[in-house]
Write a protein that binds this ligand. Structure first.
Ligand code: FAD
Length: 414
C-alpha cells in the first residue's frame, strides 16, 4: 500500500530541486517493479489507521485484514514547532518539494532581473538553507554550482568576478550580478556534516566556500516569515526562499505507539513489544543501535530492516525462532559538487574525485530501472563536460509576496 504509485529515490531529490535531473528519472512505478513478483499486489491509497485488536489496516476508510503488518511509512520534514517553518519553508522530502524549490529558484532569478527595487532584488537572490547535514550540504553545493556556472550564462550582462573557465559572456544587459546571488547555509552547531569526521567536514566546508556558499555557524533559527529568516542572535536574513533541511519526524498510520522523533519502538526482531504481528522497518523504526541512539535514518537501514522483517515473518510461519536484527554499516557519503565528495567507511576516509566516483557508482547502482540509470548517467555526463544543468525548466511560476499583493516588505539583510 502506498499513497504514491511510485518508489522514490530520495538521495537524488536535491538534483531535481537544483535542475540537474527530471523528476521521473528518480522515481519508478511500483506496479512495474512488482510485475515479476506473482504473489504480491499493490493498492494505491493513504493508510490512515491500524486497529491491532482486529488486525485491520484502514486505507482511505477501506478495511484490509492482515495476519502480519509491516509498516515502513518513513518520515516527513519536522518544523520542531518553530513559527513560520511549516507555512513558509520549503522542505525536501518528495518530488513536489523538489519541484517547488526548482520553481522558486528560477522564478526568483527572473523577477530579480526585472525589479527596480534593490532591497527586493537582494531578498529574491538570497537562498537560505537551514541545516548542515548531508541534505543541506548537497543542496548548498548544487546551488553554489548554479551560482558559479549557470547564472553568468543565463543572465549575462551582470558583473562576474568569478566567471567560469573560459567564461567571457556576451553583453546582453541587464544581467544578474554574481555578487548579489547569496547562498547561506545556517547551522546551529560549529561545523557541517556532524555524522562525518572533522577532516571530511573541513574539506566540505572549504569546497562550499570556494563555490561562494556562506556558512553561518552557531546560529539558531527562531522564526521564518514570508520574507525573512530570523535568528536567535538577532540577525535577520531577508529572503523569499528559505529551505528547511534541519530534521525529520516519523509518519505512521494512527493507532500505533510512537516514541521520540515520531518513530515506533520495536524489539530487536523488529516487531512491536506489544504486538508480534506488527513489524516496523526503515526511517520509522526506533531500535537502539549505539550509545542510546537508534539506527541511522538512511537507505541501508531501510533496505536491511525491510528484508530482515520479511525473513522473521517467514521464520515464524515455519515455526522457527525469530532472529535479532544486526545492522551492517555501509558507511556514509555526501557529494558536494563537480568531482568533489566525501566518503567514510570505518577508518577509511576518501575525499575529492575518488569519493565522487564512488558516490556516482553507488547511486547509479541503487537507482531502480535501467531507463532511469541510463538517463541519469547521460545527464551527469552532460553536466560534467558542459558545466551546464540540463533541466532549467520552470513548471509553475512562483509569485512572490509584494506590497501590491501582501502588506509585508523585506528588510535589508543584517
Ligand atoms: C533529500 C534526501 C536525501 C537523502 N540522501 C540519502 C543518501 O544519500 N544516502 C542514504 O542512505 N539515505 C539518504 N536519505 C535517506 C533515505 O532516503 C531514507 O532513509 C530511506 O528512503 C528510508 O526508507 P523508508 O522505506 O523507511 O521510507 P521512505 O523511503 O520515505 O518510504 C516511505 C513510503 O511510505 C509512503 N507513505 C508514507 N505514509 C503513508 C501513508 N499514510 N499511506 C500510504 N503510504 C505512505 C510514502 O509515499 C513512501 O513511498 C535521504 C533522504 C532525503 C529526504
Amino acid at each position: 500500500v502506498d499513497r504514491n504509485n511510485y518508489h522514490l529515490f530520495q538521495p537524488l531529490l536535491y538534483q531535481v530541486a537544483s535542475a540537474g535531473l527530471e523528476a521521473p528519472q528518480i522515481a519508478f512505478p511500483v506496479r512495474a517493479f512488482l510485475r515479476k513478483h506473482k504473489n504480491a499486489s499493490f493498492l494505491m491509497g493513504n493508510a490512515d489507521g491500524v486497529d491491532t485488536a482486529s488486525k485491520t489496516l484502514l486505507v482511505e476508510g477501506k478495511p484490509i485484514a492482515y495476519d502480519y503488518l509491516l509498516v515502513g511509512s518513513g518520515t516527513r520534514t519536522a518544523d520542531f514547532g518553530l513559527p513560520g517553518v511549516a507555512q513558509h519553508c520549503l522542505g525536501l522530502k518528495d518530488l513536489d518539494d523538489a519541484m517547488r524549490i526548482r520553481d522558486r529558484l528560477l522564478s526568483a532569478c527572473e523577477e530579480a532581473l526585472q525589479t527596480t527595487d534593490p532591497i527586493r532584488r537582494q531578498a529574491l537572490l538570497t537562498f537560505v538553507i537551514v541545516g548542515g547535514g548531508p541534505t543541506g550540504v548537497e543542496l548548498a553545493g548544487a546551488l553554489g554550482e548554479i551560482r558559479r556556472h549557470i547564472i553568468p550564462r543565463d543572465y549575462p550582462g551582470g558583473v562576474y568576478p568569478n566567471a567560469a573557465p573560459g567564461g567571457v559572456y556576451p553583453n546582453a544587459a541587464p544581467g544578474l550580478n554574481l555578487g548579489d546571488v547569496r547562498i547561506i547555509l545556517v547551522e546551529t552547531g560549529d561545523r557541517i556534516l556532524d555524522a562525518f569526521s572533522g577532516s571530511s567536514a573541513r574539506y566540505a566546508e572549504n569546497f562550499l566556500k570556494h563555490l561562494g556558499v556562506e556558512l553561518w555557524f552557531g546560529e539558531r533559527v527562531v522564526e521564518i516569515t514570508e520574507s525573512a529568516v530570523k535568528l536567535k542572535s538577532g540577525k535577520e536574513i531577508a529572503t523569499f526562499t528559505p529551505i528547511w533541511t534541519a530534521g525529520v519526524t516519523g509518519v505512521s498510520p494512527a493507532g500505533l505507539p510512537t516514541v521520540k522523533g515520531g518513530r515506533i519502538a520495536t524489539v530487536p526482531g523488529l516487531h512491536l513489544v506489544s504486538d508480534p504481528s506488527v513489524y516496523v522497518a526503515g526511517d520509522l523504526n526506533w531500535l537502539e543501535w549505539k550509545e542510546g541512539r537508534a539506527h541511522p535514518q538512511v537507505a541501508p537501514t531501510a533496505i536491511q530492516q525491510g528484508s530482515f522483517a520479511a525473513h522473521n515473518i517467514l521464520r515464524e510461519l515455519r515455526g522457527q525462532e525469530k532472529l535479532s536484527f544486526k545492522y551492517r554499516d555501509k558507511g556514509s557519503m555526501a557529494t558536494l559538487g563537480r568531482a568533489a565528495a566525501v566518503t567514510e567507511l570505518g577508518n577509511l576516509r576518501i575525499k575529492g574525485f575518488p569519493a565522487w566516483s564512488a558516490w556516482l557508482a553507488v547511486h547509479l547502482y541503487y537507482l531502480v530501472g535501467f531507463r532511469n540509470r541510463a538517463m541519469v548517467l547521460g545527464n551527469w555526463a552532460y553536466s560534467y563536460f558542459t558545466y551546464d544543468r540540463a533541466v532549467r525548466v520552470m513548471h509553475t511560476r512562483h509569485v512572490f509576496p509584494s506590497p501590491e499583493n501582501k502588506p509585508e516588505t523585506p528588510k535589508a539583510t543584517s
